[in-house]
Design a protein around this ligand. Structure first.
Ligand code: MRU
Length: 344
């Protein structure tokens, strides 16, 4: 499946510039923002114009092309691009896809090139296309676990908006729906950015997939009433012992799922796997501002001047995960040995 065939495109490269669908405005407005400078892209990643682990990696790859485009006439243009890569790298710390994509771009930058801007663009487009292809492979492998009539709970947004197209966990859900295996999706609202109610619900509605929105606090009751068969989520980083970093609230779902006999699946491309980190507690977790908890959009809903704890991600230990699905492997009951055997 080609990236240009995707119905929802969060990231576009057109006429020498990068366009991002501003995800902060969805579902009320569909606005593409044009980017001409790599530094503005780094700000956009930090400010959540684009979000989702694979999507920020792809975006950063295109930002390197913008950097090369603006510096190409300088004698030390490669150093200028390396400086921009450093800034991009620091825009969000938890999703390893960002560092992974930038490592690929840096390697291309430092290799022999005939037409630097074009060569870097080709690399960025390859990263983008590979992600789309990976999503379709994961969707097939993940949906194979589901039986007809399955009810799935998902968290955050892992769809076309969070990836090159189609999605990771949401790709599995899409495929299960296409194959007649899905009865209903429960979408967690996902505080504080509301990726569930604004983005996942928007994507699922466009497919006509039966969806029920819940707030995170409702998940326990839903599972206790035996209304969920699978929790299916994405990941921002999967480390060597099979622990997974994902959107804050994922860990609570995994604990609840185990308590209620609900299966728990993590779906992510190989670019999310980081075998250099031994265990989940060593994953850098992004902390965001207190303001995000006090306001919804621009509207202040909580008291001001309050201390707030706002980690964007949490760690789900591997023992709570029934399977990890990537484009090349399915790891059931993940642990250090199984991870090592798969991702040498
Ligand atoms: O803060 P976000 O919206 O970037 O967090 C996104 C998630 O946690 C997703 O579950 C994860 O990146 C996987 S997206 C395919």
């Amino acid at each position: 499946m080609k990236l240009t065939d995707q119905k929802i495109r969060a990231i576009k490269w057109e006429n020498d510039f990068l366009y991002l669908l501003d995800q902060r405005l969805l579902p009320n407005q569909e606005v593409y923002v044009q980017f001409t400078s790599s530094r503005n892209v780094a700000d956009a990643i930090r400010d959540m114009v684009v979000r989702g682990a694979p999507a920020i990696g792809i975006t950063a790859a295109y930002a390197v092309v913008l950097s090369a485009q603006s510096h190409r006439d300088l004698p030390n243009w490669r150093e200028a691009v390396l400086d921009d890569i450093e800034i991009l790298q620091n825009s969000r710390p938890t999703a390893v896809n960002l560092a992974w994509a930038l490592t690929r771009m840096r390697k291309r930058l430092l290799a022999e090139m005939t037409d630097p801007v074009n060569d870097l663009l080709q690399e960025a487009q390859t990263i983008h296309q590979e992600d789309v292809t990976a999503n379709y492979h994961m969707a097939k492998a993940g949906a194979a676990f589901l039986v007809p009539g399955s009810r799935v709970l998902t968290h955050c947004n892992t769809g076309a908006l969070a990836t090159g197209g189609y999605g990771t966990a949401l790709g599995v859900i899409r495929r299960a729906w296409e194959k007649g295996k899905l009865e209903r999706v429960y979408a967690d609202e996902t505080r504080p950015w509301l990726q569930g109610s604004r983005l996942t619900a928007w994507e699922l509605q466009q497919e006509g997939i039966p969806t029920t929105l819940i707030c995170e606090g409702a998940a326990a009751s839903l599972m206790r009433q035996q209304r969920v068969d699978w929790v299916i989520v994405g990941a921002d980083r999967i480390v060597a012992n099979g622990d997974v970093a994902n959107k804050i609230g994922t860990y609570s779902l995994a604990v609840l799922a185990r308590q209620h006999g609900v299966k728990f699946m993590v779906v992510a491309p190989n670019s999310t796997v980081d075998m250099t980190i031994g265990k989940g507690s060593d994953i850098p977790i992004e902390f965001r501002s207190a303001e995000e908890l006090i306001k919804i959009g621009e509207i202040q809903v909580g008291v001001t001047n309050i201390d707030a704890w706002n980690p964007a991600f949490d760690i789900t230990p591997s023992e709570l995960i029934d399977c990890i699905v990537t484009e090349t492997a399915v790891i059931e009951c993940p642990n250090r040995e199984r991870m090592r055997a798969t991702f040498r």
